[in-house]
Design a protein around this ligand. Structure first.
Ligand SMILES: Nc1nc2c(c(=O)[nH]1)N[C@H]1C(S)=C(S)[C@@H](COP(=O)(O)OP(=O)(O)OC[C@H]3O[C@@H](n4cnc5c(=O)[nH]c(N)nc54)[C@H](O)[C@@H]3O)O[C@H]1N2
Ligand SMILES: Nc1nc2c(c(=O)[nH]1)N[C@H]1C(S)=C(S)[C@@H](COP(=O)(O)OP(=O)(O)OC[C@H]3O[C@@H](n4cnc5c(=O)[nH]c(N)nc54)[C@H](O)[C@@H]3O)O[C@H]1N2
Ligand code: SF4
Ligand SMILES: [Mo]
Length: 911
């Protein structure tokens, strides 16, 4: 029987609501939830394909334990797993003290999960060593808000996007990273011709396409730019002296500082035209409502806190805050980065926006938890934590819902630390992330669609989630695993104290305790409960007892949560990036996101459709930089510095400034033969937030001389059930080549693609082994081509004339057309022999794929035309193919196709 369960998307911080459709205990579909205020029914390609990412073959289903270093892990029961973990932690704590253990958790956990981990570390064990991947993500935003506004709270709402008349999008690429926020930006653009959009990004990003003014500043020069804009505001009399006098402090000192940031100086520091700096200042300063949207381009910097502060200054100096359409709106990355911050899930924070450094706050939390004290010594932040693991100061680490062996900078050090640690626990939903290979204990966790608890999105909106399906295998809820471990550890460490610390049998008990901790604080949610969230729908905090709805906007009264109620200007000076490019390492390496992949790809990397836009990690560079190195798009290069070296393919992008390169962050050791971009990134970090400078590393890029190439294209002819095994086959081969990637592609059926290159040809017996691994060994169904002299060997397998696999070695030109026809599973039997034709000749009449109209549902113009011809209306098209029902960006084109069809066809109705 089909059922519909309300939930949210587990990807980005937009926090879109969706409806999960289940059938027979399995998830069979998703749709945007029209009733959710974050998205009003829209979803992007990632959210819209969530139901395709739930296959049990990819999941971690049972606890696994390795009792001795280098031994294989074995399946164990939950009791044995957790008792072992408690013994190890208790032993290490007894011998080396509470600070010898640590927890490294995630902004993708639910608030309740987070709460328990925090209490376990700070309340029971007595260590503040609990940090999260938010350290790589939002900690500079947290510090920036706290330094200026006094508390870590984004003051705006998504609705402000429609109300602004100047949008400053700085170091953010919402077209890719927050697509449904971007849909709102597009709507605002369409509704308000006077809207001015400024995009500050070294790259001409996908978001820059919508900008009226793109400021491609030099990487890392944001402080100079915002100081320069403030200089312009002052020079042109566009600051709000009255607001500054009544609601802020510290302006005089800043005014002195920015006097030196003249448009000339800033033009030089940022590499921007002076006129553009002045224009941006005027636009911001003369707007009736100015809204900033910002993200990792500001945060992931060795001066990220001041990047944030310098931007917030512009709002304080003009009074563009606490009003409709105005304010500094930090976009959160992960679905529940906000919830983690609310419960104090960072090494320097305590529950409900309390500070570890504040003795009163520590006493309050200790009272609340019923423990004698909360430790005073700040915990280790992410980078410090892994450095301490490497030196042995920290001996055991419990990792949950994050993949540090891919996402932390300077991977060589991180992986050495994980290898040498005395005890590593990993609590994961998926089977084999890069971190899993280092785990002594693997604990299977439930994930999207299976959990109950709450999440808070970028606009402070809390949604209550309920499970749609039962956990697979023996997977357990994250809060439950933490509680079961805490009880066991409590019995070993402090029996009387621990007896009542973790009484929870249901997540709402945890929520209630968290709610209690927020009373009277800026994020007071005293009026919320699960049932109220179910009846009223998702709510923004604060929501104190007695309130009838959450608060849309903060600081409307101009009173800030600082000691004297005034917001603060802090003096921020321009600083170079931690690593400056030079003759040996002349390229500044940027990294970030692609639209259809999520971080380490444990989930998105299982969905073939999500590779169709980008199926390889490409290092993009300015065409002039390529020419200078005698490189062409498609060539392989080595990118290296003192920390590591990787081999990738290059592509030209004239939207990049000269002297920089850009690489997506998503490909790690499971999809390529290196750790990916974080082999090269620097652990240098911001002094206030301790957030590392993931966005800038100095590297050298040179041509890689790997003349011998190999490509395997293998259709998963059994469909999704075959895909995991084929991907695994590719993975086993990655290490055999100087360059290799494995991934998916496909529409009708998944196609697994291995691409490799090597110094010299592989011998025939190795090729045979590869053929065997990919199920291409059947001689009866094989068509082969070999040119010994040129060391070319090709093999295609076509049982009953249907091409299911091709292996090209030595010469691989046919791969691009083969990829397309195989993905459609549309190759005529007579064309099969072309697969192995010499020098990649292509057949004359190749089936041409019609252009894709709806990228989310992957529907082509031909398919739409065919449906229209058979009498379908727009509604019927949407129902049948899903096109135009996710992000909505193709709706204008769809409507136009329907109208054109109607006008050409007498009697047809335009829907
Ligand atoms: N598709 C997809 N969406 C995601 C995610 C994902 O993995 N995939 N992850 C989510 C998470 S956790 C996060 S944190 C967000 C991140 O969201 P964003 O921060 O919007 O995305 P990024 O691609 O990391 O970087 C944004 C931009 O910063 C620019 N940039 C680099 N250096 C500088 C600089 O010095 N100054 C300025 N002004 N800009 C600079 C880059 O060129 C890039 O275009 O995305 C979230 N959404
Ligand atoms: N070079 C470079 N590096 C970066 C960045 C960058 O821009 N450039 N961005 C940084 C940023 S902003 C971020 S946020 C990080 C993200 O980095 P990570 O946190 O390492 O990324 P994910 O792949 O999202 O890891 C989450 C893991 O949790 C698992 N999981 C999913 N759901 C659940 C669940 O419910 N419970 C449990 N226990 N596990 C679950 C997933 O399978 C996945 O392996 O990367 C950072 N690293
Ligand atoms: S914008 Fe896309 S990825 Fe982000 S929450 Fe919405 S559907 Fe999910
Ligand atoms: Mo993030």
């Amino acid at each position: 029987m089909n059922e519909i369960v309300r939930s949210t998307c587990c990807y980005c911080g937009v926090g879109c609501g969706l409806l999960i459709e289940t059938d027979n205990g399995g998830i069979v579909g998703v749709r945007g939830d029209p009733a959710h205020p974050a998205n009003h029914g829209r979803l992007c390609s990632k959210g819209a394909s969530l139901h395709l990412s739930t296959r049990p073959e990819y999941r971690l289903l049972h606890p696994q334990l390795r009792r001795q270093r280098d031994a294989a892990r074995q399946r164990v029961g939950w009791d044995e797993a957790l008792d072992h973990a408690a013994d190890r932690f208790a032993g290490i704590i007894a011998a080396h003290g509470p600070d010898s253990v640590a927890f490294y958790i995630s902004g993708q956990l639910l608030t309740e999960d987070y709460y328990v981990f925090n209490k376990l570390a700070k309340g029971l064990i007595g260590t503040n060593n609990v940090d999260t991947n938010s350290r790589l993500c939002m900690s500079s935003a947290v510090a920036g808000y706290k330094q200026t506004l006094g508390a870590d709270a984004p003051p705006c709402s998504y609705e402000d996007i429609a109300l602004a008349d100047c949008l400053l999008i700085a170091g953010a690429n919402p077209a890719i990273a927050h697509p449904i926020v971007f849909r709102r930006i597009e709507d605002a653009r369409a509704a308000n011709p006077a809207l001015r959009i400024i995009v500050v990004d070294p790259r001409r990003s996908e978001t820059a396409a919508i900008a009226d003014l793109h400021l491609p500043l030099a990487p890392g020069s944001d402080i100079a730019l915002y100081n320069g804009l403030l200089h312009v505001l002052l020079a042109e009399g566009l600051v709000n002296r009255d607001y500054i006098a009544r609601h802020t402090e510290g302006f005089e000192a800043l005014e002195k500082t920015v006097a030196a940031y003249t448009p000339d100086v800033v033009a030089r520091l940022c590499g921007l035209p002076k006129a553009d700096i002045i224009r941006a200042g005027r636009w911001f300063g003369s707007a009736a409502a100015a809204l900033s949207l910002y993200c990792q381009g500001l945060n992931q910097s060795a001066h990220g806190t001041h990047n944030n502060a310098a931007l917030i200054h512009l709002h304080l100096a003009t009074g563009q805050i606490g009003r409709p359409g105005a304010g500094p709106f930090s976009l959160t990355g992960q679905p529940n980065a906000m919830g983690g911050r609310e419960v104090g899930g960072l090494a320097n924070l305590l529950s409900a926006h309390r500070d570890l450094a504040n003795p009163e706050h520590r006493a309050e939390v200790a009272r609340l938890w019923g423990v004698p004290s909360v430790p005073e010594r700040p915990g280790k932040t992410a980078i410090e934590l892994f450095a301490a693991l490497r030196t042995g100061e920290v001996k055991a680490v419990w990792i949950a819902c994050t993949n540090p062996a891919q996402s932390l900078p300077a991977q060589a050090e991180v992986r050495a630390a994980l290898r040498e640690a005395a005890f590593v626990v990993l609590q994961e939903a998926y089977a084999d992330t890069d971190t899993a290979s280092f785990a002594d204990l693997l604990l299977p966790a439930t994930t999207w669609g299976e959990k109950e608890g709450t999440v808070t999105n970028s606009e402070r909106r809390i949604t209550h989630l309920v499970p749609a399906v039962a956990p697979p295998g023996e997977a357990r809820h994250d809060w439950r695993i933490a509680v079961d471990f805490a009880r066991r550890l409590g019995r070993r460490l402090a029996p009387p104290l621990a007896a009542n610390l973790f009484p929870y049998e249901h997540p709402e008990q945890i929520f209630a305790e968290h709610r209690q901790s927020t009373l009277g604080r800026d994020l007071d949610i005293g009026g919320l409960s699960y049932s109220l969230l179910d009846t009223l729908g998702p709510q923004q905090w604060p929501f104190p007892a007695g309130a009838s709805s959450g608060r849309q906007r903060l600081y409307e009264d101009g009173i800030f949560p600082t000691a004297n109620g005034r917001a603060r200007f802090v003096v921020a000076e321009h600083r170079p990036t931690a690593e400056v490019t030079d003759a040996s390492f002349p390229i500044s390496l940027l990294s970030g996101r692609l639209r259809d992949q999520w971080h380490g790809m444990s989930r998105t990397g299982t969905v073939a459709r999500l590779f169709n836009l980008d199926d390889e990690p490409l290092l993009t560079m300015h065409p002039a930089d390529l020419r200078q190195r005698d490189l062409h798009g498609g060539d392989l290069v080595t990118a290296r510095n003192a920390r590591g070296s990787i081999v990738v393919r290059v592509a030209a992008d004239d939207g990049l400034p000269r002297g920089s390169a850009w690489l997506p962050m998503h490909w790690g050791s499971r999809y390529m033969n290196s750790a990916g971009v974080n082999a090269l990134t620097t652990p240098a970090r911001d002094p206030f937030s301790q957030q590392p400078e993931l966005k800038h590393a100095a590297v050298a890029v040179d041509k890689a001389d790997l003349p011998w190439q190999l490509v395997v294209l293998r259709l998963a002819d059994g469909g999704e059930t075959d895909t995991p095994g084929l991907l695994e086959a590719g993975r086993r081969l990655l290490g055999d080549f100087d360059f290799a990637t494995v991934g998916l592609y496909g529409r009708r059926r998944p196609l697994v693609i291995l691409r490799a290159a090597h110094r010299q040809p592989l011998p025939d017996d190795r090729l045979r082994e590869i053929d065997r691994l990919f199920g291409l060994a059947d001689d009866a169904a094989a068509i082969v081509y070999a040119d010994r002299q040129r060391q070319v060997s090709k093999r295609a397998i076509a049982p009953d004339g249907r091409l299911i696999g091709v292996r090209l070695a030595g010469e691989t030109l046919a791969q691009s057309w083969l990829k397309e026809v195989m993905a459609d599973d549309s190759l005529d039997a007579e064309l099969v022999r072309w697969a192995v034709a010499p020098i990649g000749r292509r057949p004359g009449k190749l089936p041409q794929r019609s252009p894709v109209v709806c990228r989310c549902a992957d529907v082509t113009a031909a398919e739409i035309t065919a449906d229209l011809a058979s009498g379908a209306s727009l509604a019927a098209l949407q129902e049948r193919r899903g096109c135009g029902t996710f992000c909505g960006s193709c709706l204008p084109e769809l409507r136009q196709m329907v109208a054109a069809h109607a006008s050409e066809t007498p009697g047809a109705k335009a829907a």
